[in-house]
Design a protein around this ligand. Structure first.
Ligand SMILES: [Zn+2]
Ligand SMILES: [Zn+2]
Length: 229
């Protein structure tokens, strides 16, 4: 699979060259994972898969703009009168097998990670998250690559609790590594939080250290990064 990272900025004001676009990943020039910027359409994807309906992953939620496109959009839930196909079980796009895996992230919107299998390769793209319930971990075996978020550098991230006791927010990068390191040896981090922009060189060193400590290949995503697996 050919993977092109289109946008690596989280839902923050900060910006920098190569880290200015909101979430988007293009798979084999065909499947767009997350739709953080309208301009991603210039790549002419044939299918769009959205992890959740927050504006940095679905640009049209921000100003209630309706994308006028004919290609199918898949997401965990409907939005307004947009023609969205709800994904709640394994399905296929051409010869790609796609399994939605619910992530814990928000109270207001549903969120999925997507496990994508194609020609003996398996990747996981997560969007935003605190955690994936244990009952889904069996799906995560032998992943060639995980692409995940980096909103918070610190352990524990930013997790809050509603009055009803539900948790929401983002976990920290160390927690994501602990969760994922048993299932892959390669992780691309994207969706950077404000911490990353304070000193990008130092932020890259932080990832380098984690990579050595965990014996993992860690790739710091940037807008335009292309890799093949
Ligand atoms: Zn979100
Ligand atoms: Zn986000």
């Amino acid at each position: 699979m050919k993977i092109k990272i289109l946008g690596t900025r989280g839902e923050i004001e900060e910006s920098a060259r190569f880290h200015s676009k909101k979430s988007g990943v293009l798979l084999d020039k065909k499947i767009l994972l997350d739709f953080g910027e309208k301009e991603f359409l210039k790549h002419k994807p044939k299918y769009i898969l959205i992890t959740h309906l927050h504006p940095d992953h679905a640009y049209f939620v921000r100003n209630n703009e309706k994308p006028k496109i004919k290609i199918p959009i898949y997401a965990p839930e409907k939005y307004d009168d947009l023609n969205i196909h709800i994904i709640n079980k394994k399905f296929e796009i051409e010869d790609y097998k796609i399994t939605p895996i619910p992530t814990i992230h928000s109270i207001k919107v549903k969120s999925n990670a997507y496990l994508i299998e194609h020609k003996n390769k398996k990747i996981l793209y997560t969007g935003d998250m605190i955690w994936i319930e244990k009952k889904y971990h069996h799906l995560l075996k032998n992943l060639n690559l995980i692409i995940t978020e980096s909103s918070y550098k610190r352990k524990g991230g930013m997790v809050r609790r509603s009055k009803a006791g539900q948790i929401f927010g983002h976990t920290g990068i160390p927690n994501l590594i602990n969760l994922f390191k048993d299932y892959t040896d390669k992780i691309i981090f994207m969706h950077f939080g404000a911490w990353f922009y304070k000193d990008i060189r130092k932020s890259k060193d932080f990832f380098k250290k984690l990579s050595q400590e965990n014996n993992l290949e860690i790739i710091v995503g940037y807008d335009g990064l292309e890799i093949k697996i």
